[in-house]
Design a protein around this ligand. Structure first.
Ligand SMILES: NC(=O)CC[C@H](N)C(=O)O
Length: 359
């Protein structure tokens, strides 16, 4: 007898130990990061997903709000080989089901071999395998969550002051706070705006940069953000991270597609095609840009050659598929934020000037 069951789309039902009760469902994803569980769990990009940690012990340095990327846990449930009591308390407080004492190596291998899959979870004294299967039966595909932006976005315009040197309009499709921090630290005031902000609001704000944030689900469902890009491209410098890159590419005639299982960890190697330099990056995405449209591919993933950086110097557009803001992960690509503010004519103190794609 167990008190936790995980039903997988491949037909298996796996027993586990229940740590925080509840029933839920989502797309099963993983991260191979061995630190940064507070940041990952509060990253809005994981909305409607179930996060499996491949590192075996999660929670061993406690839970501190200073490290949160948003105000709540976003994955619908969490899975590890072993969660500490500290982190379990947090799951219980937020009502997020969690399970451990499960073979996470097997789960991650299944996702890597069979591709992204749906799952259902049932945790509690009276939980049964059928409960988990019922959850699985109700699980939608990521693209079917058409209103996912509203689940994660701010509803009000919020301003985070960073010295007033520049004004960045950050369209919040599920933004991580580290993006705001990275811009504030470089002297920019950041205006965090709802995902469905209209063109008039942007016109009134008259920002120096229009920035589309990271976010959950299928970029095709962020139609309002895409319209803003179509409206302002060429007039206002544009930047984007992860979902932001995907939305901007779609707006500029490009395409996006679902990957087999995505890029998931903090050691994804990215090569800059101009300099040849390779940096380690943090990644957490299941979609990728196929055709880049009016953008040039300036950086690629060393493992599979997918587009990691897109730019158009004439139109003043620069985007990244990975997370330059880190949290979790390496700080090697923080200079992206210097380049973003550089488009607005600000010398934000970067080490070296950006090399244009056409040079
Ligand atoms: N971290 C992100 O912004 C993820 C982008 C998008 N939801 C994807 O899965 O590809």
């Amino acid at each position: 007898m167990s008190d936790a069951y995980l039903a997988l789309e491949d037909g298996r039902v796996v027993e586990a130990r229940g740590r925080a009760p509840g029933r839920t469902r989502g797309e099963l994803v993983f991260t191979t990061a061995y630190t940064g569980y507070e940041e990952s769990l509060t990253d809005p990009s994981y909305e409607e997903q179930v996060l499996t940690f491949s590192y075996p012990l999660i929670g061993n340095y406690g839970v501190r709000e200073e490290r949160f990327e948003s105000d709540r846990i976003h994955p619908r449930a969490a899975i590890a080989r072993e969660f500490t009591d500290d982190v379990v308390e947090w799951f219980e407080k937020e009502g997020v089901p969690a399970i451990d004492h499960i073979d996470t190596r097997d789960l991650v291998t299944a996702v890597r071999e069979e591709g992204a899959m749906k799952c259902g979870i049932a945790v509690g004294d009276d939980a049964t395998p059928e409960d988990a299967k019922e959850e699985l039966a109700q699980c939608k595909g990521m693209s079917e969550h058409t209103d996912i932006g509203a689940q994660v976005s701010t509803v009000e315009h919020e301003t985070y002051e960073g010295g007033g040197e520049t004004d960045v309009a950050l369209v919040d499709c599920g933004a991580k706070m580290s993006i705001v921090d990275s811009l504030n630290e470089r002297g920019a005031d950041v205006h965090v705006l709802p995902h469905d902000t209209d063109a008039e609001t942007i016109e009134e704000l008259d920002p120096d940069v229009l920035f589309i944030s990271n976010g959950p689900g299928d970029p095709a469902n962020f139609t309002e953000a895409q319209s803003l890009v179509e409206e302002f491209v060429g007039e206002v410098p544009l930047a984007g991270i992860c979902l932001g890159q995907q939305v901007i590419a779609r707006a500029l005639g490009g395409t996006t597609e679902k990957m087999a299982f995505g890029h998931r960890g903090v050691n994804q190697p990215v090569r800059d095609l101009n300099t040849g330099k390779v940096v380690m990056t943090t990644q957490n995405h299941g979609y990728t840009v196929g055709e880049p449209g009016d953008l040039n591919v300036t950086q690629v993933n060393v493992n599979d050659d997918t587009a990691e950086g897109l730019e158009n110097d004439d139109l003043n557009v620069i985007t990244r598929q990975y997370h330059p803001e880190a949290h979790p992960g390496p700080n090697d690509s923080l200079d992206f934020f210097d380049d973003v503010l550089g488009m607005a004519g600000v010398d934000a103190g970067g080490d070296e000037p950006r090399v244009a794609a056409s040079d």
